[in-house]
Design a binder for this molecule. Structure first.
Ligand code: NIG
Ligand code: FE
Length: 411
């Protein structure tokens, strides 16, 4: 199957193979071809260039993209799409003045979702989750990471990870699974952290590894959740099973969790609403991708990741949705990009780099996703007719997507 797009107004994020991420000042540059063609062959990108150099080709389908923009699909490297029910009451409670922390202390928050999930059958959980996955695919996401972490029991965590596995078998987009058993301490272990960590290390991890259910391991390293010491112990255990860390850190307090992540060679450190000068220095000498989650800051009214400070220090930055029932009930990556521009003062070029190539890096997928590169997956967004790609963050709440293609096929 060959599909040729012609007269593309702007073809964004065109890169040579081998470029895995962009950092610092490079992020301001989004390589673009104006008046371009693009050839998709089966599930891969096979050719592109300036329209005037478009070869005469025998193709199955030609699509005239006059006035439209083509870009790689979003790479959403941090989500919790698999969950049961909602937390709308907490949403209302926050409007009426309670904080996220106060709600969690009253037994709401992550434990609320865990109670629900443990009562929900695997079939029902799959059904709810696939609807969210289909929604984000329609919104232009072509690769996604999904975490466990609302089970907090052996069976609950396995149930979540099996649902993630089933999603990845049944849907054409790339899905990476992360084990987040260390998301919160269940009530029964509040005063007995050691026993929960033992359950996680001695029972959950071996079963997950045996069934090959996760590639990454995550810990919510935060005051009131997992300390830096506890985080290190869990990452060390994950390492024995070949699980790379991607950790939640510096969301509410900065407790040196970033250093722990870097020490364990984390693929990414995520949230970073608070970032110290030391954190920046540590990240500078690492392969770890910092990931910002602006929809979470927006939804629960907490600070935004200091993107300017980080980019100006030469760091890379990725953007992800954090889609979850408590802090971000949305996986809309266009909103993430727009919010990064509006609230974090990232330029549209920086934000799109962060939500495509750098997002792919944060999932170990930059060899196959995140840019328009020959040999990469034919995963693209074709926009409606728009004046330029700036319209995507500018018209932040308008759906400007005409069609999403995954593996060369329209959704
Ligand atoms: O990434 N910060 C920790 N975990 C999730 C939210 C969990 C929840 O409230 O359900 C997050 O924001
Ligand atoms: Fe999260």
């Amino acid at each position: 199957m060959k599909t040729l797009f012609i007269n593309i107004q702007e073809l964004l994020q065109v890169r040579d193979a081998g470029i895995q991420k962009v950092s610092g000042a490079e992020m301001a540059h989004l390589p673009t071809i104006k008046n371009a063609y693009l050839l998709l062959e089966n599930d891969l990108i096979s050719d592109f260039g300036k329209m005037e150099n478009c070869p005469k080709l025998e193709v199955d389908k030609t699509i005239d993209a006059t006035g439209k923009v083509v870009l790689p699909t979003w790479c959403d490297s941090h989500t919790h799409i698999v969950y049961a029910g909602t937390r709308v009451q907490e949403f209302v409670d926050r409007i009426q003045g309670l904080s996220y922390e106060e709600i969690a202390n009253r037994g709401g928050g992550i434990l609320n979702s865990a109670a629900r999930l443990n009562e929900t059958s695997e079939e029902k959980l799959y059904e709810e989750s696939r609807m969210r996955l289909e929604e984000v695919m329609q919104q232009g996401t072509g690769a996604v990471e999904i975490k466990s972490g609302y089970g907090l029991t052996v069976e609950g965590e396995l149930k979540m990870l099996r649902v993630i596995k089933k999603l990845s078998e049944n849907y054409p987009i790339s899905i990476k699974a992360t084990f987040l058993g260390a998301h919160a301490f269940p009530k029964a272990f509040r005063e007995n952290h050691a026993d929960y960590i033992a359950l996680l290390i001695d029972e959950m991890l071996p079963r997950i590894a045996k069934e090959n259910l996760a590639e990454y391991i995550d810990v919510f390293c935060e005051t009131g959740y997992f300390s830096v010491d506890e985080t290190e112990r869990i990452l060390e255990a994950g390492k024995k099973y070949g699980l790379l860390p991607k950790i939640h850190v510096n969301q509410f307090t900065a407790i040196n969790g970033i250093a722990a992540g870097v020490k364990y060679n984390a693929l990414s450190v995520d949230h970073l609403e608070l970032v110290t000068d030391d954190d920046i220095e540590i990240l500078k000498n690492s392969h770890t991708m910092p990931v910002a989650l602006p929809s979470c800051s927006y939804f629960i009214s907490i600070p935004y990741t200091p993107a300017r400070k980080m980019i100006e220090a030469g760091l890379p930055l990725a953007l992800a949705s954090d889609f979850n029932p408590g802090t971000t009930p949305s996986g809309n990556m266009n909103f993430v990009v727009a919010t990064a521009c509006i609230k974090m003062k990232m330029t549209p070029e920086e934000a799109i780099n962060a939500a495509t190539l750098n997002g792919a890096y944060a999932m170990g997928l930059s060899h196959s996703h995140g840019s328009i590169t020959i040999g990469k997956k034919a995963n693209i967004i074709l926009t409606k007719i728009i004046p330029s790609f700036y319209q995507l963050p500018y018209a932040f709440a308008t759906n400007l997507i005409e069609q999403v293609y995954i593996n060369g096929k329209p959704l």
